[in-house]
Ligand binder design. Structure first.
Ligand SMILES: NC(=O)c1ccc[n+]([C@@H]2O[C@H](COP(=O)([O-])OP(=O)(O)OC[C@H]3O[C@@H](n4cnc5c(N)ncnc54)[C@H](OP(=O)(O)O)[C@@H]3O)[C@@H](O)[C@H]2O)c1
Ligand SMILES: *[C@@H]1O[C@H](CO)[C@@H](O)[C@H](O)[C@H]1NC(C)=O
Ligand SMILES: *[C@@H]1O[C@H](CO)[C@@H](O)[C@H](O)[C@H]1NC(C)=O
Ligand SMILES: *[C@@H]1O[C@H](CO)[C@@H](O)[C@H](O)[C@H]1NC(C)=O
Ligand SMILES: *[C@@H]1O[C@H](CO)[C@@H](O)[C@H](O)[C@H]1NC(C)=O
Ligand SMILES: *[C@@H]1O[C@H](CO)[C@@H](O)[C@H](O)[C@H]1NC(C)=O
Length: 369
């Protein structure tokens, strides 16, 4: 034990947490050159906290958290003050999807607190917030700022953020990025329009089944409106050098018909079959060209264009050949030429998302060594 201790505070504790915490326990066991103390696991209304920084016992954390009656320190004020007083380096793990929490990243980073997060909001909201985050972070040049890593904000554990960052840092030029960025959309379209074989099911029936199996958000409109994909594209566009002002500042094709935008999730599900014929027609038109429909996000740096929506892809291409709920992202760059660098695999799931977070935490620890 030579180096000074590192304190880890986790905000947001649900399914990914259940995977992240065992990975953290492993990391604590295997990090022999310094002590790592988990000091906070917070949900919105309760928490486990080690006020004196001696560290939490994680062995029974889930039951302990459920049984806890302790109100979390207020955010950001009390949390920031307490973390700043820790006797060593601090890493904040933001495992929520809260914009409010992300809006405080600059304050935490400026105070020298490191942040690792799967939360897309901070890096995909206003360009002003993005600039504030990176200007406050040590990678952005603030010598005393905290490190900021967000690999799991796009494609869960898939190496996407690090890949594009390395390409840019080594002087390559991103020309285009295109891919399937939503596990739910991937599943829906791979089923509706398979690259081999046929599907006789209506699109609305597939959405129904996916919802019943828990593959969609509780309200499937949150997947079908394209916003989740638009946020991921916003992140990649900014890392490629485009100044995207916000995640709705470019064309987004929503699969939620305008007349079904209001009302409950069950109203939406009941109304969806009326729109099956429109998407069937697009499928038939694509089929005539031996193509399949996919819901994709694309950006083109030279043309300064970003877009999200349905497109037809030739059979045999990486996007057309997707299976299950996998993501695939193709990076077209100056160095890679006409054959893109392709990253493919599961883009959602607790274990793989937690891996993205743990790997970011390891990156911070290594940079502190
Ligand atoms: N699941 C995946 O495959 C996947 C993949 C990539 C990225 N992600 C990202 O992982 C993150 C977590 O997703 P989620 O859907 O579980 O998000 P969420 O529902 O907003 O948050 C989950 C946890 O955060 C807590 N929380 C929310 N706001 C909080 C606040 N202000 N203070 C303290 N705790 C707060 C919740 O507390 P309560 O328990 O008290 O409600 C819950 O424990 C998101 O950013 C998501 O986009 C997930
Ligand atoms: C992490 O994120 C998942 C969803 O992606 C969420 O369900 C879980 O509660 C979070 N918890 C922790 C501690 O990472
Ligand atoms: C932890 O260390 C043990 C022993 O060196 C090794 O077998 C194991 O794979 C390591 N686990 C992780 C998660 O690094
Ligand atoms: C785990 O925590 C719960 C709630 O605090 C407690 O009732 C239970 O006895 C604990 N189990 C163990 C094995 O410590
Ligand atoms: C948090 O701190 C800021 C700056 O010191 C202050 O302006 C604000 O009122 C505080 N908020 C709360 C809820 O105490
Ligand atoms: C850089 O860090 C210092 C000290 O941590 C902080 O006071 C300052 O506001 C930071 N600068 C920016 C641009 O965030």
């Amino acid at each position: 034990m030579s180096a000074s201790p590192v304190f880890v505070a986790i905000i947001g504790a649900g399914t990914v947490g259940s995977s992240f915490i065992p990975q953290l326990q492993n990391l604590i066991k295997n990090t022999t050159n310094r002590a790592i103390f988990p000091i906070l696991i917070a949900r919105s209304s309760k928490c486990l906290v080690s006020r004196d920084y001696t560290g939490l016992d994680l062995n029974n954390w889930s039951a302990d958290l459920s049984a806890s009656t302790i109100t979390p320190p207020t955010f950001p004020n009390e949390t920031l003050k307490w973390l700043k007083s820790a006797p060593g380096e601090v890493v904040l793990v933001d495992n929520t999807s809260s914009l409010e929490i992300a809006q405080s990243y600059p304050a935490f980073l400026s105070a020298g607190i490191h942040i690792v997060t799967p939360n897309k909001k901070g890096v995909s909201d206003s360009l002003e917030l993005w600039d504030n985050i990176f200007n406050s972070a040590r990678q952005g040049g603030n010598a005393t700022g905290g490190y900021f890593y967000h690999e799991a904000s796009c494609g869960a554990g898939l190496p996407i953020i690090n890949t594009i960052t390395d390409l840019v840092k080594t002087g390559d030029k991103i020309k285009k990025v295109e891919g399937v960025f939503s596990g739910t959309m991937s599943f829906l379209f791979n089923t509706f329009h398979p690259a081999s074989g046929t599907c006789d099911e209506k699109f609305s029936a597939i959405v129904d089944k996916a919802k019943a199996a828990g593959y969609t958000e509780p309200d499937p409109r949150d997947d079908l409106n394209g916003l989740d994909v638009a946020r991921k594209l916003t992140i990649l566009a900014r890392l490629s050098g485009l100044k995207v002002p916000n995640p709705t500042s470019f064309p987004i094709e929503s699969l939620v018909p305008a007349e079904l935008e209001a009302g409950s999730a069950s109203d939406f599900m009941a109304g969806l079959p009326k729109f099956d014929s429109a998407i069937e027609e697009r499928k038939a038109a694509a089929e005539k060209e031996n193509k399949v429909l996919r819901f994709v996000g694309k950006l083109d740096v030279d043309k300064n264009q970003v877009s999200v929506g349905i497109e037809a892809f030739e059979r045999g291409t990486a996007i057309a050949s997707l299976r299950g709920s996998d993501n695939v992202i193709s990076f077209f760059t100056e160095r890679y030429g006409a054959n893109p660098l392709v990253v493919q695999g599961a883009g959602a799931g607790a274990e793989v998302t937690a891996m993205g977070i743990t790997a970011d935490l390891i990156r911070v620890l290594e940079r502190l060594n």
